[in-house]
Design a protein around this ligand. Structure first.
Ligand SMILES: *Cc1c(COP(=O)(O)O)cnc(C)c1O
Length: 367
């Protein structure tokens, strides 16, 4: 019926382009877009998505770890790549592949200067990360003087960016807090501008920041989740298009009677005669056990069907009683017609987690 024959992740590059256009629409033409492609481009494909984002106009890409940046470079991507969480151990690769590190403490900066010195490299660009309230990574305000002196004296490095990260840009109950983060960031920006005039770019907004705090676009914005079609609140979700659709087929259909059970530990017991479909994907493909036992729904022939019983490693079962369907019919676990939010009916997690967990075992297709 459907043409698909296995579990697959369909990646819609037109949806990506539409989300990109929506996010860029209200930015000043001078503001740069950084496309965040960490974690396999939020579970899709970092190389295809990275190249597409560059084609769409992204002037920067960002990854979490050095290895992720190395594979983008090996695929021929030339734009600057910011590495959010570089580790000292792989510094030689950071330098060799010309990746831009986020520098958030002195320990890392010392290691980097050492590496650059031994490679006889001067003016290597870095982006300094300032903590404005997330309390995760970044320099504190009482370190700014010290760090600015170190950078001034070091010939090996060049301050080319200053950034911070918002804690709750998609949460409209935290507007005051977010505005405080933005004004602290401005303070840090002024501090560095006085010491390094016309030298670096500033950025603080993630996806929700772009949508909710246009006054904070500075020189660049860092778009992640929204490019992939999800936001952090219903208003944001509504304006975006899911890029990835996880699809499979019905492997087997069976009719069971009252009292019959389904799956391991007999977690589902039929209270009426039921029709059960077995789908060939499980927790090893990224559908966590938390989605079993009625906590989520998939889409089959336009109708929603709950996952029943425990999710297995390679399979799961859904209740299709009353749904007109056959073995081989296509199933949308989540995606274009059935968003991750509808799939995660019990609201146990967030789109970020669900989409980044689709395992590498699932074949990616591009449309
Ligand atoms: C992941 C990440 C982003 C992207 O955030 P989204 O909410 O997905 O847009 C931006 N900046 C940093 C530092 C990140 O770690």
């Amino acid at each position: 019926m459907s043409g698909i024959q296995e579990t697959r992740l369909e990646i819609d590059l037109n949806a990506l382009a539409e989300n990109y256009a929506l996010l860029s629409k209200n930015l000043s033409p001078k503001t740069k877009m950084m496309g965040v492609v960490k974690a396999f481009a939020y579970g899709t494909d970092p190389i295809v998505i990275g190249k597409k984002l560059v084609e769409l106009g992204a002037e920067f890409l960002a990854v979490a770890y050095i290895e992720e940046g190395v594979s983008l470079r090996k695929a021929g991507i030339k734009v600057p790549i910011l590495v959010f969480y570089p580790q000292l151990k792989e510094l030689n690769k950071l330098v060799e592949f010309n990746l831009t590190p986020s520098v958030y403490n002195i320990h890392f900066l010392d290691g980097l200067r050492c590496e650059l010195k031994s490679s006889e490299i001067l003016n290597f660009p870095i982006h300094l990360k300032i903590n404005t309230g997330l309390n995760r990574l970044g320099f504190e305000f009482d370190q700014l003087q010290e760090i600015s002196e170190i950078i001034k004296d070091a010939e090996t490095i060049k301050l080319s960016g200053l950034f911070s990260h918002l804690a709750a840009s998609g949460n409209l109950d935290e507007v005051e807090f977010t505005k405080t983060q933005i004004s602290k960031f401005k303070e840090a920006k002024t501090f560095f501008e006085d010491r390094f005039p016309n030298q670096f770019i500033s950025h603080i907004c993630n996806s929700s920041g772009i949508i909710n705090y246009p006054e904070a676009e500075f020189d660049m914005v860092r778009a992640g989740i929204a490019l992939y079609g999800y936001g952090n609140n219903p208003k944001e979700h509504q304006m975006l298009k899911p890029v990835a659709s996880l699809k499979t087929i019905i492997a087997q259909l069976r009719h069971i009677q009252i009292g019959d059970s389904v799956g391991y530990e007999r977690k589902f017991k039929a209270t009426t005669a039921s029709k059960i479909a077995t789908l060939p994907l499980g927790y090893a493909d990224g559908i966590s056990r938390i989605f079993g036992n009625g906590n989520s729904e998939v889409l089959i022939n336009g109708k929603t069907a709950p996952i029943v019983g425990n999710v297995c490693m390679d399979t799961l079962m859904v209740d299709v009683t009353g749904i007109d369907c056959d073995e081989g019919d296509e199933v949308e676990i989540f995606g274009k017609n059935h968003s991750v939010l509808k799939f995660d009916k019990a609201k146990q997690t967030i789109p970020y987690e669900i989409i980044t967990r689709i395992s590498q075992r699932v074949t990616r297709y591009f449309i």
